[in-house]
Design a protein around this ligand. Sequence first.
Ligand SMILES: NC(=O)c1ccc[n+]([C@@H]2O[C@H](COP(=O)([O-])OP(=O)(O)OC[C@H]3O[C@@H](n4cnc5c(N)ncnc54)[C@H](OP(=O)(O)O)[C@@H]3O)[C@@H](O)[C@H]2O)c1
Length: 255
Amino acid sequence: MSVILVTGGSGTAGREVVARLLEDEHEVRILSRRSRDEGERLPVRWFTGDLRTGSGLGPAMAGVDAVVHCATTGGRGDITATRRLIGAAREAGAPHLVYISIVGVDRVAGFPYYGAKLECERLVEESGLPWTILRATQFHALITRFVRAQRLLPAVFTLGGGVRLQPVEAAEVGRRLAELACGEPLMGRAADMAGPEIRSAEELTREAVRAEGLHRPVVPLRLPAKSFHAVRDGALLSPEHADGRVSFEEFLAHH
Ligand SMILES: NC(=O)c1ccc[n+]([C@@H]2O[C@H](COP(=O)([O-])OP(=O)(O)OC[C@H]3O[C@@H](n4cnc5c(N)ncnc54)[C@H](OP(=O)(O)O)[C@@H]3O)[C@@H](O)[C@H]2O)c1
């Protein structure tokens, strides 16, 4: 049994990592900005902290064997957050750091979030800690999240121009992250994790709109040229690692 801290353990990927680690009877800690009653619903220890300021990191990190870093600020704040996490991990005796990144972060220019993720990968690689990075494609839940975020608009906007995605089930990514956290540090990237099918973003969005019961037109938008060419040429795909088993339809049917 290992002691494992999951940052972002309340989020889409982190929740799944926590569930897998608990199945294997590890001692699981979750770092969250919001305080919770000890053991709320799950048999885990919640630690209140903020990666952007570094508050609460020391106690959360003390005595852990591994950290699965799933927290994201959704922007360039991830760089500061990752830097602070690495600093706290170094002080806590250098646990194995497992970081979740995105397929194509090094191939698409012009997405500030991807630039931040790439910089975080570099920080992890140069951290001096034992480390492993897993890149995954877009989660199924991301597509429905985008659709829900637009539910009050007269139309649902999506990536047009034939952009293709290879969405993967977050639970399968969570399982892979949990396995990596319990294994030897790879000191490198694990094989990418991608979903079973490559589909156009427009088609996936239409399905999600239907599943949400929204009666809205779907409007494809073109990305700026700089990003578009790379994405159109498959920068977000990993056909050689189509290891996910759950299709988007199966995901929609269960959510
Ligand atoms: N979504 C995708 O399609 C996708 C695909 C590939 C890779 N990824 C990567 O997977 C990771 C997780 O993504 P996700 O979609 O699961 O994220 P998410 O559902 O948006 O969850 C974000 C998590 O980050 C935590 N968080 C945010 N700011 C924080 C801060 N300042 N200090 C501490 N915790 C903070 C939140 O916890 P509290 O609110 O409890 O504080 C929350 O649990 C990200 O690194 C993302 O880049 C995502």
